[in-house]
Design a protein around this ligand. Structure first.
Ligand code: HEM
Length: 143
């Protein structure tokens, strides 16, 4: 496996760990385990930040990879990619505000914004994973 193939794989693993930590964080707060919720969400944020570092490095080294599919597969890919890119920009301030409100103990306001942060974060994670699979592992020749 070349470096050009390895970096997106590392990225996808980081994003999956981040998403799993978000899901764990939600389950933990439902069980009122505040400290574990805090650690899970800080872990999720750390892995999301690592993801960003690897993503930017890969982009600077290799640029973006073009999708080779055509027709309806391309249309689906573009729709997923566009929503993923827009929401991945939106999620950055959302996560920072959610964290800030928690760490400054404004828990009611934290909860109010977290209601949007969690689903958008998970959407970005799942679509990131789908984009990776479509770009690197979809046998488009057979569609
Ligand atoms: C970006 C990271 C975080 C996200 C996405 C997040 C998400 C959430 C969500 C969705 C809830 C509401 C759960 C429900 O309504 O049942 C919640 C509640 C809560 N979170 Fe976080 N959280 C994050 C970070 C933190 C951190 C770092 C702390 C640190 C102490 C924290 C402390 C709390 C507490 C105490 C509650 C309960 C508030 C209440 O019920 O009054 N959260 N969080």
């Amino acid at each position: 496996m070349t470096m050009e193939e390895l970096l997106p794989l590392i990225d996808t693993v980081l994003i999956i760990i981040s998403g799993s930590a978000v899901v764990a964080g939600v389950i933990l707060i439902k069980k009122k385990m505040v400290d574990y919720h805090k650690y899970a969400m800080l872990t999720a944020t750390t892995f999301a930040a690592l993801f960003l570092v690897v993503y930017v490095t890969r982009y600077l080294l290799y640029g973006s990879k073009l999708f080779v599919g055509e027709g309806w597969v391309l249309a689906v890919y573009v729709a997923i990619l566009a929503s993923h890119v827009i929401l991945s920009i939106v999620i950055i301030p959302l996560v920072l505000i959610t964290l800030y409100r928690a760490l400054t103990k404004q828990f009611e306001r934290h909860k109010a914004i977290a209601r949007y942060t969690v689903p958008i974060w998970l959407y970005v994670v799942v679509t990131g994973w789908i984009i990776y699979l479509m770009l690197y592992h979809l046998p488009v020749e057979n569609l």
